[in-house]
Unconditional design. Structure first.
Length: 253
């Protein structure tokens, strides 16, 4: 049955940045599909833990500051101590700093590049090594952005980091596909999350954005969960190095 290829029963998934929004929806979607989920956050993902517990899903809460890479080994170690394996990694954690390009600071550049690109790469490297040790392959899913394709305004380091993330998704896929490791990415469009509350409240900007989206609505975090479950499943076994835009048709316009 084709539906069996989407089954993630007893798979172990690490999801970074899952305390709210897209990450929370991804973590819950993977859990609903059968995964045991490891959430990696800088602060306690209280709401996510409550939802996981209420639904009876297995969830391991780990703490790390992903601006640095020195906690990666501990994340792998603690996951293996609890679940004995890793099957899926979702690099969702990301930060953004807004400042005119003329004035953009080195600190704002380095912090964003560290979390969004450098940590995502070295998390992927560490998990890929574990996949190879397990001899069963695995799935790595990076959360990219519309700014993997476009330039944006006042977010030079974010644009650079998300463009780089799409690039290294291809680079890792090229090297690791032979080990049955699938590396792909999802690029969300305009999503109704806490980060876009002010934008949606601005009537002029909200109208302009909706006029550009063929689907005529903002995306929801749940719109990202389905594609993530798909890329994490055996149904996506022959997809390598691709970035799926989940944008309501924004790029097609």
């Amino acid at each position: 049955m084709i539906l069996e290829s989407f089954n993630l029963q007893n798979k172990v998934a690490i999801v970074t940045g899952c305390n709210t929004g897209l990450g929370q929806a991804i973590a819950l979607g993977l859990a609903e599909a059968g995964c045991k989920v490891v959430g990696v956050n800088r602060s306690a993902p209280v709401q996510t833990m409550e939802k996981m517990e209420a639904a009876g899903y297995e969830f391991l809460d780990l703490r790390a500051d992903l601006i640095k890479q020195d906690g990666i080994a501990d994340i792998i170690k603690e996951t293996l101590q609890r679940f004995n394996k890793i099957d899926i990694l979702v690099n969702n954690a990301g930060i953004i700093r807004r400042e005119d390009a003329f004035d953009f600071s080195e600190e704002n550049w380095d912090d964003v590049m560290n979390v969004n690109t450098k940590t995502a790469f070295f998390m992927s490297q560490a998990v890929a090594k574990q996949f190879i040790a397990q001899k069963q392959g695995g799935k790595i899913i990076n959360i990219a952005s519309m700014l993997s394709f476009q330039g944006g305004i006042r977010v030079p380091s974010y644009t650079a980091s998300k463009s780089a993330l799409m690039g290294i998704t291809k680079a890792m896929a090229n090297e690791w596909a032979k080990f049955s490791i699938n590396v792909n990415a999802i690029a969300p469009g305009y999503m109704a999350t806490n980060n876009t509350t002010a934008l949606r409240a601005d009537e002029a900007r909200n109208t302009a954005i909706l006029e550009r989206i063929p689907a005529e609505r903002w995306g929801t975090p749940e719109d990202i969960a389905g594609p993530c479950v798909f890329l994490a499943s055996e149904a996506a076994n022959y997809i390598h190095g691709y970035t799926i835009a989940v944008d309501g048709g924004w790029l097609a316009r």
